[in-house]
Design a protein around this ligand. Structure first.
Ligand code: GLV
Length: 335
């Protein structure tokens, strides 16, 4: 009789996925709040002779981890992003890599809008003002900000989440510009159907003309610090930057200077570099008047997180059974 395959889960994901995995496999869940070290993951995989690994975006999965158990056939990450996984090393070792694309598109676009709106209309700052007991009277210029309706939204990276973010601009009658490696007529057509006229422009033009710039590129070598000092200087001084992609896409020191010197008006970040952002990080001196930060919660709706857990379980099952993954990072990366 062959032994039941074992799956190691680096942190507790929603029960929807765990229950499905437990139906078929030995499932060992590390029930801790903080991420394990790489050495810890390696040790556990080796001790368990694990066949499957379920990880989070905060786990580094490199060649050492992939070599820790010779039985390992699949790594499934509870995220759409897989920049924390050495995909080439996984391919070399014939370890399948699953992820959770699509399901979190709309939820993350909702958060991009939450940040955009709160930076424009200064809601976090307003809350802090009330809580500090500073609200003495209605004020003609109290906490004024730019209009969102009728403004220009610049989307850098018109992929799934970028398109979903752009689609929401229809209700605000905004002009939409986008930039990226190439023009995307299919996306433009999809947006035109809901009344959004998305115009492809080069990045310089987008930065110079947008009231709001929202980042939707994956973190790869070519997008590291894509937004640095020179890009921030190209943005109008009353513009707002929103990042729900990856912290490394923005040069944190340059953003700090931009906020300090007023090159842009405000920034809303769900992702940071470093991440997590320590509570005493210098960038936070700009909050809440010029900066709003949320702790990487783009996909954090209850329904989406449950569906992500189910997708991770489905990928793990397929990998262990030697079937094609329903959501393969390798395939989605075009490798
Ligand atoms: C979140 O950032 C994800 O990649 O799922």
């Amino acid at each position: 009789m062959t032994a039941t395959p074992t799956v190691y889960v680096t942190r507790k994901i929603p029960e929807a996925g765990l229950a499905r995995l437990r139906d078929r496999y030995e499932v060992v869940v590390r029930d801790e709040k903080l991420p394990p070290s790489k050495a810890h993951i390696e040790r556990r995989l080796a001790d368990l002779d694990a066949d499957g690994l379920v990880c989070l975006l905060s786990d580094t999965i490199d060649a050492d981890v992939l070599d820790a158990s010779s039985d390992l056939s699949v790594v499934s990450t509870f995220s759409v992003g897989y920049d924390h996984i050495d995909l080439e090393a996984a391919i070399e070792r014939d370890v399948a890599v699953g992820h959770t694309p699509g399901v979190l598109t709309e939820t993350t676009a909702d958060l991009a809008w939450a940040l955009l709106m709160t930076c424009a209309r200064r809601t976090v700052e307003g809350h802090a003002y009330v809580e500090a007991d500073e609200w003495e009277t209605w004020g003609p210029t109290l906490l004024t900000g730019p209009d969102v309706h009728g403004a220009t939204l610049g989307i850098i990276g018109l992929g799934n989440i970028g398109t979903a973010t752009a689609r929401r601009a229809a209700g605000f009658e905004m002009a939409v510009r986008y930039s990226g490696r190439s023009r995307k007529p299919d996306r433009e057509a999809e947006l035109a159907e809901v009344g959004v006229d998305a115009t492809y422009v080069d990045r310089e033009e987008l930065l110079a003309e947008s009231d709001f710039v929202s980042l939707h590129v994956p973190l790869v070598e070519s997008t590291e610090e894509l937004i640095g000092a020179s890009e921030l200087r190209q943005m109008p001084d009353d513009s707002i930057l929103v990042n729900t992609s990856r912290g490394g896409v923005v040069d944190t020191d340059a953003l700090d200077t931009a906020l300090e010197e007023g090159w842009i008006a405000r920034a809303g970040l769900d992702v940071t570099d470093p991440e997590p952002l320590p509570g005493d990080h210098p960038l936070l001196r700009h909050a809440p008047s010029r900066l709003v930060v949320t702790p990487h919660i783009g996909s954090a709706s209850i329904g989406t997180r449950d569906r992500m857990a189910e997708m991770v379980a489905a990928c793990t099952e397929a990998g262990i059974e030697g079937e094609p993954l329903p959501h393969s990072a390798r395939q989605d990366a075009g490798l």
